[in-house]
Ligand binder design. Structure first.
Ligand code: UDP
Length: 239
């Protein structure tokens, strides 16, 4: 069996990844797809943490623009990520994958609270941990949660799934067909050019803590496995 290049990864999936572009906020087919993709790398002996977004259900900033209190709206967004986490947990467990959903906002009846040492113990035991409720703080995003948790659990890399975009481009490739795709880009260049990797707070955190990021298209089956096995996929963002 091929030797994985990474032993512990953090996969960031946006809420939209689960929606799959259809009418539903959570598409069962997408859940099934991601559960399968995650299981593939788990079978290689790789430890997998997943941070889920919530934008398919609620995104803080949209309601703020319509007058809602900002913190209130952000808390709603964090709760949305818990709904997504439970959905992914179900899809993984139906495949026989052991999981733990852990939340940054306590919700004892449905998931464990996020406790760093417990999280790493689950990983060591081969359980997929699904980290929900972002950082637990309003005004942040789940990109920041991904960066923070990756640092805490010593994940070797963050895999940033970008639906339908296979890396970091010099401009939006859907609007500018001659936009250039980067194989590699430094944190500093991505920040100064305002390129879409993750939000700037999260990206700065990754830079300060030297956490490499791979931006890739998760909708090409096997991409997560390819990355884990050391193939160059998407764009590597590092120092
Ligand atoms: N959110 C927050 N603090 C966090 C993480 C998320 O307040 O630490 C809120 C924020 O309003 C955000 C929403 O939850 O818009 C959903 O998360 P995000 O937009 O990151 O989801 P994604 O775009 O990845 O689906």
């Amino acid at each position: 069996m091929a030797e994985p290049r990474y032993r512990r990864i953090l996969l960031k999936l946006s809420g939209e990844a689960l929606a799959g572009g259809g009418a539903h906020s959570i598409d069962p087919q997408m859940l099934e797809y991601y559960a399968q993709e995650i299981e593939r790398v788990l079978r290689l002996g790789v430890q997998v943490a997943v941070v889920l977004g919530g934008g398919n259900i609620w995104r803080g900033n949209q309601a703020i623009a319509r007058g809602m209190d900002a913190a209130q709206s952000h808390y709603m967004g964090m709760l949305a990520t818990i709904i997504n986490a439970l959905a992914l947990q179900d899809a993984l467990e139906r495949r026989g994958v052991f999981t733990r959903a852990m939340t940054a906002i306590k919700m004892d009846e449905v998931a464990e609270p996020y406790i760093r040492r417990r999280a790493t113990r689950h990983l060591e035991k081969g359980r997929v941990i699904i980290l929900a409720a972002g950082t637990g703080n309003p005004y942040f995003t789940t990109d920041s949660a991904a960066a923070l948790r990756a640092a805490e659990i010593h994940a070797e890399i963050i895999l940033m799934a970008k639906n339908g975009v296979d890396g970091v481009y010099s401009a939006d490739p859907r609007r500018y067909p001659d936009a250039k795709r980067f194989e590699y880009i430094s944190y500093m260049e991505a920040l100064s050019r305002g390129l879409t990797v993750m939000d700037s707070t999260a990206l700065t955190f990754c830079m300060d803590n030297n956490i490499p990021i791979i931006v890739f298209d998760p909708l090409t089956p096997g991409n997560i496995e390819r990355i884990v096995l050391g193939e160059h996929v998407g764009t590597l963002v590092s120092s």
